[in-house]
Design a protein around this ligand. Structure first.
Ligand SMILES: Nc1ncnc2c1ncn2[C@@H]1O[C@H](COP(=O)(O)OP(=O)(O)OP(=O)(O)O)[C@@H](O)[C@H]1O
Ligand SMILES: [Mg+2]
Length: 391
């Protein structure tokens, strides 16, 4: 069928034509946003899930919800090579300047801007091209110690107070949280702890790979009381079916049940893969009826595309030793696997491969679902590696 009309949207953070299976989560987000805005105690939440399950799509939806509820929002993506202050600064600056617009001069907002200025001085954050350019004196002695764990809480407090003075609220939304360092995470947790104690209208919504839970716990033991960690997983067969069928129906295209079953078997309900299969099936189907024969050709085309792109770019970033570790894991099956078994496969003691395992965890390729276990963060990666090893 005509690719120009193809509704499916395989990609990173691309809104799917039908967002299924996440209604409960969006409702929980709505409640949290309303409570925070009204100064009621709320846990911040961090969406936890593997690659391609739809975390970024959900963060974007939550940002929309927040805006509709009258929030000022910022959505940033943590980065292996960029510090948290450098990411936050331009955003918090924008929010504070926004709060500063208004008929009445608000002392708490002016103070927020001064605190932001002292924060940049203390941490000597350079924004490259972006000059902080705040024509105001810093608030000497506040948020300017140069220690992020002291300064970020002071900055968040000033921001929360500024928002409250303007009778609004702030949502700080951070994707790829697993890339924060332990001290950055710790500072963030301490900042939210302060915000919670004062009942200020500031909510953090995050998302990350499963390693984020351990990272938070190691950074501060009370993290579990500050955060909820809703798990974002593959879609159930019923939700996966809707994700495929609804966009098709709107265009008068029918999926046969056998075709849906075959796609579910291949994708195991992982959202990114469902979009990929839907997309290829649409392009390959000669008539507006998608049957098992079309899906058989789709599977070949989709796997070919994933192997050349999605899977491969991730594998190519690894060092030779990291690749060996991943191959050893894959040869054991889908996993998770015991670290000891993987080491045995590599014919090396666990201790000597531990650094490789750690670097794969910090690169976000693998994670530890339970102590001593290791799993792939990219669904179906094991099968990809076995295909590569065979060819
Ligand atoms: N609930 C859903 N129903 C159908 N498709 C979805 C759903 N959620 C996400 N998708 C699709 O899945 C793909 C991946 O979504 P997204 O980029 O948000 O995942 P992610 O968890 O952020 O992945 P990563 O960890 O790699 O950043 C996109 O193509 C998106 O359209
Ligand atoms: Mg994402």
């Amino acid at each position: 069928m005509d690719p120009a009309l193809n509704p499916y949207a395989p990609g990173a953070g691309t809104q799917p034509p039908e967002l299924t299976g996440r209604a409960n989560l969006l409702e929980a987000a709505r409640i949290a946003l309303t409570r925070t805005r009204n100064g009621l105690s709320t846990k911040s939440f961090i969406l936890v899930g593997l690659r391609g399950v739809g975390k970024t799509v959900l963060l974007n939806r939550v940002e929309d919800q927040a805006r509709e509820a009258g929030y000022l929002t910022s959505l940033i993506e943590a980065h292996e090579e960029k510090s948290l202050p450098a990411l936050l600064l331009p955003e918090l600056r924008r929010i504070l300047l926004n709060l500063d617009r208004g008929e009445k001069v608000e002392a708490a907002v002016k103070r927020g801007i001064r605190v932001l200025k002292s924060f940049t001085k203390g941490l000597k954050v350079t924004l490259g091209e972006v000059e902080i350019g705040l024509d105001i004196d810093p608030e000497v002695g506040v948020a300017d110690s140069g220690d992020l764990e002291a300064d970020l809480p002071a900055l968040f407090l000033a921001l929360g107070e500024a928002a409250r003075a303007r009778k609004t609220a702030v949502a700080i939304i951070i994707d790829e949280l697993q890339y924060l360092s332990e001290s950055e995470f710790s500072a963030l947790i301490m900042a939210l702890h302060k915000i919670a104690q004062k009942g200020l209208p500031l909510l953090l919504v995050g998302a990350g790979l499963p390693q984020v839970v351990g990272l938070a716990g190691r950074s501060k033991s009370y993290a579990e009381r500050l955060f909820d960690y809703p798990e974002i997983g593959p879609l159930s067969p019923a939700d996966a079916r809707l994700a495929l069928v609804e966009p098709a129906e709107r265009a008068g295209v029918v999926f046969q049940q056998k075709a849906i079953d075959a796609i579910y078997a291949q994708t195991q309900g992982y959202p990114y893969f469902l979009q990929e299969w839907g997309y290829q099936a649409w392009n390959l189907a000669p008539t507006p009826k998608i049957d098992a024969a079309v899906v058989a050709r789709t599977t070949e085309a989709s796997l070919g595309r994933l192997d050349a792109g999605f899977f491969r770019v991730r594998f190519d970033r690894l060092t030779p030793r990291e690749k060996d570790y991943m191959r050893a894991m894959a040869s054991l099956g889908a996993g998770p696997h015991r670290s000891g078994e993987i080491a045995d496969k590599l014919k090396a003691p666990v201790r000597s491969v531990a650094p490789v395992r750690s670097s794969l965890i910090s690169k976000g390729m693998i994670y530890s679902p339970a102590h001593g276990d290791t799993g792939f963060t990219v669904p179906l990666f094991d099968a990809y590696l076995r295909r590569m090893m065979r060819s």
